[in-house]
Design a protein around this ligand. Structure first.
Ligand SMILES: Cc1cc2nc3c(=O)[nH]c(=O)nc-3n(C[C@H](O)[C@H](O)[C@H](O)COP(=O)(O)OP(=O)(O)OC[C@H]3O[C@@H](n4cnc5c(N)ncnc54)[C@H](O)[C@@H]3O)c2cc1C
Length: 390
């Protein structure tokens, strides 16, 4: 039987895991990416708030022998005629999997681009994260404001992780009595899911962080943030997470994209709405889960199973490590039908977050699948909610 051609658009976390999970006896796999380098994005946090290096690796080094990689930016995906158009040419497919992640778009908030250019951020590039670190280093006192400019954010714990690590840095530099730390969010509470908010908000308050909820960033003028709700925050140093949208790729039909260019995807089988031979995984989709590497990982495995003829269904599982500073951490663990667990902070959780970087590259190749499966069973949200929810 002839091999089926699978084109994967995007060689990030999800795209690589999927490619490495497919049986090459049955599939001819091609990955298309606009970059030949994968960046370990969770390390942006430690580059911005601790001055650490961000690990990167060339995509061809991360894929199994036999998988084709093309450095070729994708311009259009024609789902009706099963073709992908790139800067370099076109590719026909039997199956397509879109794994293009998400990209920042500062243009929706007036004044944000200028702020981002000057002060950086810790969600978009190594250079921007290094800019945050540089500014924090020269900070001598005043008001630091940190928050997310829109409800959609890569890694939902990361805004609060950022403000907690800022507090730790300011405290260690003995600048606490000269600094006001303000955290803003469009949500009604510091962390959107109440059970984990009940764990982290008291910690934020105890460390003197002022929390501004219902703050939908409307515009920035000179040194003041203005919200749609009519509130204002004056700042000396802003650290703002820009709004996120889907990749800039045209689709035929256009109707598979939502207003923010995310792909309308079935939340259980990851098929692109209306197409049996097209799938989307990871941050590129509009499914109601966190935009996180762990989701991209689990969804890639679901699509690999479906393509290989096994029945499978995504349960919306999240498992995001959450750095609380001072060597402690928690996790955001939930699923479509299980509320987020009020997971108690511990040093072990923090250690597990630090281990993520050590095992990340091998996990893309499937080396730790056995351990992951055991870990996911051990941290099942049904079991954990019984244990920790009152
Ligand atoms: C500060 C921070 C902390 C984080 N912490 C965690 C964490 O603790 N745990 C966790 O699970 N996740 C975390 N994440 C999130 C995680 O990094 C992402 O969710 C994950 O990388 C998403 O994988 P993906 O495959 O969907 O997209 P990506 O890994 O972003 O890959 C998308 C790929 O598509 C390519 N692409 C885009 N457009 C085109 C085009 N037009 N043509 C060709 N190729 C294209 C890109 O070049 C890229 O290689 C964090 C992220 C940040 C920013």
């Amino acid at each position: 039987m002839e091999k089926k051609r699978v084109v994967i658009v995007g060689g990030g976390a999800g795209g690589i895991i999927l490619a490495n999970s497919l049986n090459q006896k049955d599939f001819d796999v091609t990955i298309l990416d606009k970059s030949d380098t994968q960046v370990f994005q969770p390390a942006f946090l430690y580059a911005a708030f601790m001055g650490k290096e961000v690990p990167t690796k060339k995509i061809p080094k991360l894929i199994k022998k036999g998988i084709k990689f093309k450095l070729d930016p994708v311009k259009k995906v024609d789902l009706t005629n099963k073709k992908v158009f790139t800067e370099g040419g076109e590719y026909a497919y039997d199956y397509i999997v879109v794994a293009t992640g998400t990209m920042s778009d500062a243009s929706t908030v007036s004044g944000l681009k200028e702020i981002d250019d000057k002060y950086g951020d810790y969600h978009t590039s190594i250079e921007n994260a290094q800019r945050v670190w540089k500014n924090l280093n020269s900070f001598k006192g005043g008001t630091i404001v940190l928050g997310q400019a829109s409800p959609i954010c890569k890694c939902p714990p990361s805004p609060i992780e950022g403000v907690l690590l800022t507090e730790m840095l300011i405290n260690r530099r003995k600048l606490k009595d000269r600094t006001k730390l303000v955290f803003f969010t469009p949500y009604p509470r510091a962390y959107s899911a109440e059970p984990i908010n009940n764990v982290v908000e008291p910690i934020m308050k105890e460390r003197g962080i002022q929390i501004m909820t219902f703050f939908d960033l409307d515009h920035i003028d000179a040194n003041t943030l203005y919200s749609l709700e009519g509130d204002q925050i004056k700042f000396d140093l802003p650290i703002i997470i820009p709004p996120f949208k889907g990749a800039k790729i045209d689709y035929e039909p256009k109707t598979v994209l939502d207003d923010d260019r995310f792909i309308k995807t079935d939340k259980f089988n990851m098929r692109i709405q209306g197409f049996d031979d097209a799938f989307a995984i990871g941050d590129a989709t509009n499914i109601p889960t966190s935009k996180a590497g762990v989701g991209a990982h689990l969804e890639a495995k679901i699509v690999a199973n479906i393509l290989q003829g096994k029945e499978d269904k995504f349960d919306g599982r999240t498992n995001c490590p959450f750095d609380l500073g001072y060597g402690k951490g928690t996790f955001v663990i939930g699923s479509y039908d299980q509320p987020v667990v009020p997971y108690p902070p511990s040093r072990l959780n923090h250690f597990e977050k630090m281990m993520m970087e050590k095992i990340y590259w091998s996990s893309l190749k499937g080396t730790f699948d056995f351990i992951f499966n055991l870990y996911f069973r051990h941290t099942d949200p049904i079991k954990l909610n019984k244990k920790f929810s009152k």
